[in-house]
Design a protein around this ligand. Sequence first.
Ligand code: SF4
Length: 458
Amino acid sequence: MLEATPKEIVERKALRINPAKTCQPIGAMYAALGIHGCLPNSHGSQGCCSFHKSHLTRHYREPIMAATSAFTEGSSVFGGGGNLKQALTTIFTVYNPDMVAVSTTCLSETIGDDLPTFIRQARESGAVPEGKYVIHANTPSYVGSHVTGWSNMTKAMVTYLSAKTETPNNKLNIIPGYVEPSDVRAVKQLVTQMGIDAIVFPDTSDVVDTPKTGDFQMYPKGGTPIPDLIDTGNSTATLALGNFTSEAAATALQNKCQVPSRVLDLPIGLRATDRFVQALIEFSDVTPPESLNDDRGRLVDVMTDMQQYLYRKRVAVYGDPDQVISATEFLVDCGMLPVYVITGSPVGKRFEERVKDILKDTVPDAVVAANADLFYLHQLIKNEPVDLLLGNEYGKYIGRDEDIPIVRFGFPILDRVGHSYFPTACYWGGIYLLSNICNTLLERLDRDAPDELFELVR
Ligand code: SF4
């Protein structure tokens, strides 16, 4: 597997090995799927679109519907305006979506395709029928990551659609971040539990986790309705969950429609969920029901019950920045030691400062790095091992080579099931994530226990 990874760490500037991220349009495509009746269109070659679709299909185990502008050699040289017009004509004629969300690729960005002009020309030529929408996001993959792509497409929803009228809707906007459909569902359930009316966008629940009915649905019942997206401009406030995924859209909405916003961490773990609930209380003037206090109490109970197995366990956390930040705080609250905290997304000092602040009292010498890769993480582990890996599937090679258990968390997970159905967000999600962590550690304890310590009760 990775036997050749050397222990000696040398500075690398131009090369990433086993990067802990993927390309921008994947995130943009996933965000676009969170609009009801929307067909994403990848503006570039068919190969890019195939990769984006197959990556999402493998993670969610659902057929991902998306179209492509299908560049040829000619469009690669002379521009893809004609291809986009043809693509929109075909898409609206054959697939009849309510909206097409176009994301660019490395190729169309490199040749400098002017998407706003192309879309305007397509509309003027009649390629876009009356009452249908086309939005776009610039998503070059040589900058950012899939996280940036999600953020850019979510921001595009605001810049193209949000509108302020004279009639406030007395709703809260919630931007849930690049999370599983199960997490969006958990956020919606918590908000409903508190009796709050909210517009959650984008909403991939009931889109990439649809039940098997025997009928093919090109546009599943989920996704934020387009009228709701337009109505976000009339909301009381916006809660953006996840600094690196949701802030851009919330700020755009504030600037465009004067909807005040607050950026919070993803509500993964106890304290991050507490802060989310607190913000909901402040913006909606509601009192949490007893059932929510009970949910919180159950999470605290699991954390307390499992202390003895969690205490001072060394963990390597890696993946998308928003998930990693909240997970790090949760691990600390559980008594664990996140000694290596890595994201592949190039989010720089802001990420590093935030994580270091979380760790300053418990693991002040932790290695925290943005724009890093799993090769570097492996080198760190070779020098000083950890008890657990917490991150996406790509860490399984490190786990196998170093004999370290891995709890799969984040994106992508292509070799296990359940992540789209069981949330890690909110109090119940915290219980699920923690029981995964505990059970993985207990499994390892049993595996390594000599006969005299192979206990029936743990
Ligand atoms: S060429 Fe760029 S956009 Fe296309 S798959 Fe590769 S990284 Fe992604």
